[in-house]
Design a protein around this ligand. Structure first.
Ligand code: SF4
Ligand code: SF4
Length: 342
C-alpha cells in the first residue's frame, strides 16, 4: 500500500518547516538526479482569482530541487479557452504578476500551443497531445491546488497531470468526450446561449439553436445561460475517464519513479481556479499532501474531505477519475494509508 504523507493546515505551526518535514518523509525529491531538467508543474493562477498555491511554497520546492542537483523550471500548458493564459506571452505575464519568478517559467506547449508530442494512451482516449517541455523533461514535481470542478467534480493531481500537461489540442480532445444536446422542442430561439459562449458558437436557424462546431469545449456556459434548459451536457462523467486516460499518457513520457506529487488542500473553492471568479470557499482548509502516486494523493484528499458536496453540486462522482486511473494501471491506492507528520 502506498502511504500518503500529510501536514494539517495549522497556522499556529511554521508551515514552511512542516512542509519540508513532509517532503523528507515522503521522499518528494528522490525523483531528482544530478543534472536533471525538472519540470515543476503548477497552475500560476488566473488574474483576479486569489486562490492558487502560495509562491513561497513553490520558492522552497525550487530550492529543494536545486539542492537535489536538478535544474528546475516552472511550467504549465496554455489554456484552450480565451483568458489570461491561452498564449505564452499572456501566460508568462500572469505568472510574474502572481509572484512566480523563483525559476524560469517555460510555457510547456509554446507560444500558441503548437509544441506537443502525441503519445498513445489507454482508456477512453487512444492518444493525447502532451505539452513539449513536459514530454522532454527528465523529472517532474506536480504541485496541485485542490478545488471543485464543474465537469469532473474536483481537480487535484490527476487533473493537473491529465488536463494540465496536455497542449491546447489535448485539452480539447478530453473535453470532447462530453456530449452536448439541444432539445429543439424547448428552444425559444432567444440567442442567450450564443451570447454566453466565449466563441459565439451556437447558431440560430429558423428560431432554433444549433451547435455543430468541432471547437466546442463543453464548458458549459451556454447551458448555464439557457432560460429553458434546452441545452445540456450529456455523458459528463466521460471527462473523468479522459483525465485518467490523458494522465496515463503523460506519465508514459517519464521513466519509472521520476514524478512526485505535492497537493495543497487550502482555499477549496466551489469552482475551478482557472476561472477569474471561482466562487466561495466551500470547505475548511485541510492541509498539504505528498506522495509518489497521483491516485493515492487524490484518494487521500477525498478521504479527508467532504467531497460529496461536489458530487451533489455537479452530479458527478469525484472518485471516478481516481478509480479509473487505478484501473488503467497508474500505481497507487484509491483509499491510501495517510501518515500525519508532526
Ligand atoms: S459548451 Fe456552449 S458555451 Fe461552451 S464552447 Fe460549447 S457552445 Fe460555447
Ligand atoms: S439559450 Fe436556450 S432557448 Fe435560447 S436559443 Fe439558446 S438553446 Fe434556445
Amino acid at each position: 500500500m502506498v502511504t500518503v504523507h500529510f501536514v494539517k493546515w495549522d497556522t499556529s505551526l511554521d508551515l514552511m518547516k512542516e512542509a519540508n518535514c513532509l517532503y523528507d518523509a515522503a521522499g518528494t525529491f528522490d525523483c531528482v538526479e544530478k543534472g536533471d531538467l525538472v519540470a515543476v508543474k503548477l497552475h500560476v493562477g488566473e488574474l483576479g482569482n486569489p486562490y492558487y498555491v502560495q509562491p513561497f511554497f513553490v520558492h522552497d520546492i525550487i530550492r529543494r530541487v536545486k539542492e537535489a542537483g536538478g535544474k528546475p523550471f516552472l511550467t504549465d500548458a496554455n489554456t484552450y479557452y480565451q483568458a489570461q493564459r491561452n498564449n505564452a506571452y499572456d501566460h508568462m505575464v500572469t505568472a510574474l504578476t502572481n509572484g512566480f519568478n523563483m525559476a524560469p517559467f517555460i510555457v510547456a506547449d509554446g507560444l500558441r500551443g503548437e509544441n506537443y508530442k502525441i503519445v498513445k494512451t489507454k482508456g477512453i482516449l487512444n492518444k493525447i497531445e502532451v505539452a513539449g517541455a513536459i514530454a522532454e523533461a527528465d523529472a517532474m514535481i506536480v504541485v496541485s491546488h485542490n478545488k471543485g470542478h464543474e465537469l469532473s467534480g474536483f481537480g487535484g493531481a490527476i487533473k493537473n497531470l491529465g488536463m494540465g500537461c496536455a497542449s491546447r489540442a489535448g485539452k480539447l480532445r478530453q473535453h470532447r468526450t462530453v456530449g452536448l444536446e439541444i432539445d429543439e422542442s424547448k428552444c425559444i430561439g432567444c440567442g442567450k446561449c450564443k451570447e454566453a459562449c466565449p466563441m459565439s458558437l451556437p447558431e440560430i436557424f429558423g428560431g432554433k439553436a444549433r451547435n455543430i462546431s468541432p471547437l466546442c469545449m463543453r464548458c458549459p456556459f451556454c447551458a448555464e445561460a439557457c432560460p429553458t434548459g434546452a441545452i445540456k451536457l450529456v455523458d459528463k462523467e466521460n471527462i473523468c475517464r479522459a483525465l485518467a486516460s490523458a494522465a496515463y499518457g503523460v506519465l508514459s513520457t517519464f521513466k519509472n519513479k521520476k514524478v512526485s506529487y505535492v497537493s495543497f488542500a487550502k482555499d477549496i473553492t466551489q469552482y475551478c481556479d482557472c476561472l477569474p471568479s471561482p466562487g466561495k470557499v466551500v470547505m475548511n482548509d485541510v492541509g498539504i499532501f505528498a506522495s509518489d502516486s497521483p491516485v493515492s494523493i487524490d484518494g487521500a484528499f477525498l478521504k479527508m474531505s467532504n467531497y460529496k458536496l461536489f458530487n451533489d453540486a455537479y452530479q458527478v462522482d469525484c472518485m471516478l477519475q481516481v478509480r479509473e486511473s487505478r484501473v488503467l494501471g497508474i500505481q497507487g491506492d484509491v483509499k491510501p494509508k495517510i501518515q500525519k507528520i508532526s
